[in-house]
Design a protein. Structure first.
Lengths: 211, 211
DNA sequence: CACATAATTGAATGATCGTTCAATTATCTA
DNA sequence: TAGATAATTGAACGATCATTCAATTATGTG
């Protein structure tokens, strides 16, 4: 009854992981200190070492957490994407998937950007090397089917598909800063539509070349 | 004759600035220590404070150096760009400028990415707020002239123009890792061409909508 | 040559870094 | 309830952080 109780080990672990995530996402690995994480989690600094080993392992665990969220996200339905027989649908879905995922998981995008600048043996990647190859094969297939212009290197086309959806998040934070939720949502939809239309109009087989 | 001579103050300053640039570009602000810079420049640590005040001011000086390189770069000829009366030329030149500049100044891209993640009162920006407004006005002008689809928010179109040329540098470092100089150069040209064609084909007035 | 100025040095500052550890406290198990 | 186990604490470690400063050395000026 009057015996002091303490939070479960699991909840402590979770608090540390959550705080670490907050700190790492905001300040990166080098910019985050163990003491800052402990303060954010409101626990004793030594507990981090007891539960996670050291800073590096905690960093990896945060990344794994985010990676699991990615794989559990219905937003990026990989299997469904690969069954699409129509190239336009494929591209349209891919762009929507990619935009939607990073829109709903801004932490993931930020971690990816951090580890682009702060290289780490454990790389959090949205796509495995295999899945990248699968997509590129798919692009080649659509090129053979003449649903997609064969003019360009499929890797470059993939690179374009990867980049375009992220433009909204990278440029113009001022533009979106003072918008209401409805306005922001509308702007996002418009951007996705712009992306899809841009790619489809240019890369289909009968598009005219301007060069 | 036998009197000992020491390097000029200017050359010391230059050595520090160069070393700081190397370190900051690679590891960012938080990841770079004054001692690391001193070691890289092969000078005494205290000299950094004598010549630059403190770490923050050195960081700003590095950014200003890079910004000056940008403004002195004939690669981004702002005035010429704004005289172009033809929308296709305008977009084509803009994309070529942007790709070319970051291709020739990878440090600049990296610093911009660092300060995106590590916010700083002094922001190194490729474009001033005024020049951004100038470009957006230009896009609106082309929309009025019906050289450009009016379907989309001009800010979003600009966002797309900003993003697309950078895709080559951000994704797929594996793809370009083992290429010869000729192969790499060819791939770059192909990517720029892909970007230009993508935007032009989709955003001109008579393009068909896929949505 | 003498003197002022500026550049350079090396040692020291207190703060904070990541990490360890022995001691304490709560929980689980027999 | 006793003893083992696990969670938690606070103090301490050496290393490194950014920064300061007095002393030294070279350079420029009269």
């Amino acid at each position: 009854m009057t015996t002091p109780t303490r939070p479960s080990a699991d909840s402590t672990r979770a608090a540390i992981l959550s705080a670490a995530r907050t700190c790492f996402v905001e300040k990166g690995f080098a910019g985050t200190s163990i003491s800052a994480i402990a303060k954010e989690a409101q626990i004793n600094q030594s507990l981090i070492y007891h539960h996670f080993g050291n800073k590096q392992e905690l960093w990896v665990d945060v990344k794994i957490t985010i990676l699991e969220e990615y794989h559990n996200s219905q937003n990026m339905n990989w299997d469904k994407l690969l069954t699409l027989k129509n190239c336009d649908e494929f591209i349209s879905e891919f762009i929507q998937y990619r935009f939607g995922f990073f829109d709903q998981h801004p932490d993931a995008l930020r971690i990816i950007e951090w580890q682009y600048l702060e290289p780490d043996p454990f790389q959090l990647t949205a796509y495995t090397p295999e899945s990248i190859q699968t997509i590129i094969k798919r692009i080649k297939y659509f090129q053979k089917q003449k649903q997609l212009s064969s003019k360009y290197n499929p890797e470059l086309i993939f690179s374009l598909l990867l980049t375009i959806p992220l433009g909204f998040f990278r440029s113009f934070r001022d533009l979106t800063a003072n918008l209401s939720k409805q306005q922001l949502s509308k702007l996002k939809k418009e951007y996705v539509q712009l992306c899809i239309e841009t790619v489809l109009n240019s890369l289909n087989e009968n598009s005219t070349s301007y060069l």
